[in-house]
Design a protein around this ligand. Structure first.
Ligand code: FPP
Length: 253
């Protein structure tokens, strides 16, 4: 079984943490400002949470920055978000490298401007040998798109003779997703309780944690609260509690 969690003091940090960063718009509107102001402040929370996650022992962090459906938002908001991503990547690239954060932008990148695609390639290349934490920024991402794309890749590889469809199994599907590893803990901020097409396959056995904190306010203490919850969970993966605790005489292990 994969290394699911890494002990950090009394808190157990998830190996793979996924976050739906929600509440930027409301945060701004509560202050009488434009929604974009909330996204800008949200970028500061992104920085804080990357640092805190790496410090607490998370090995992989996937952040939902822009969904396949977010193109439906007002044009101005979409273009402000694209500018924000581009500026963020440009500004943070060196710090990400210095802190050992291997960074990938995951999702359908073909819809992004050429210059954003170039920024993305640069940061991915710059940080490719980093090994403190893997950071996946999901942009123009949807869980259904990811699964569909994995099957398209499998079919292409089959037609090129690179794999045999008789070998099709869950591992092969996982390996062809843009984020191959299973999620251990999924957090959603901003009070809503849904997963909104995020990492559908990878979150099959994830613990789910919903926080009322609006994303721009999210900080290390909020993260610790979520890890506290995660630390109390018994992860059974379909087995009984006794089997997990290895008390059951019929336990095959
Ligand atoms: C959801 O809040 C948030 C988004 C769609 C955008 C997320 C973007 C950021 C956190 C900013 C920067 C990110 C990076 C990676 C640099 P919402 O706007 O739906 O909030 P609401 O529910 O209050 O309206």
């Amino acid at each position: 079984m994969q290394d699911l969690a890494i002990k950090s003091g009394s808190l157990v940090a998830p190996r793979h943490l996924a976050i739906i960063m929600d509440g930027n718009g409301r945060w701004a509107q509560m202050r009488g400002k434009q929604r974009v102001f909330g996204h800008k402040e949200g970028a500061n929370a992104v920085r804080r949470v990357i640092t805190a996650s790496a410090k607490m022992g998370v090995k992989e962090l996937t952040l939902f920055a822009f969904s396949s459906e977010n193109w439906k938002r007002p044009k101005l908001e979409v273009s402000a978000l694209m500018t924000l991503f581009s500026e963020y990547i440009k500004k943070e690239a060196n710090a990400l490298k210095e802190n050992g954060i291997r960074t990938r932008i995951v999702g359908d990148k073909t819809k992004f401007s050429k210059s954003l695609q170039e920024q993305i390639s640069k940061v991915e290349e710059l940080t490719k040998d980093c090994n403190v934490m893997q950071l996946n920024i999901a942009a123009n991402y949807g869980g259904r798109w990811d699964i569909l794309d994995a099957f398209k890749q499998i079919i292409t590889k089959n037609s090129q003779g690179l794999l045999n469809l008789n070998e099709l199994n869950e591992d092969l599907v996982s390996q062809n997703l843009c984020v191959p590893s299973d999620v251990d803990l999924m957090i959603r901020t901003g009070g809503e309780k849904r997963i909104s097409n995020f990492l559908l396959w990878q979150a099959a056995y994830a613990e789910l944690y919903f926080s009322n904190t609006l994303w721009p306010d999210y900080d290390e203490d909020d993260l610790k609260e979520a890890f506290q919850f995660f630390s109390t969970r018994e992860r059974r993966f379909g087995m009984t509690s006794a089997q997990v605790q290895n008390k059951d005489p019929n336990n095959a292990n």
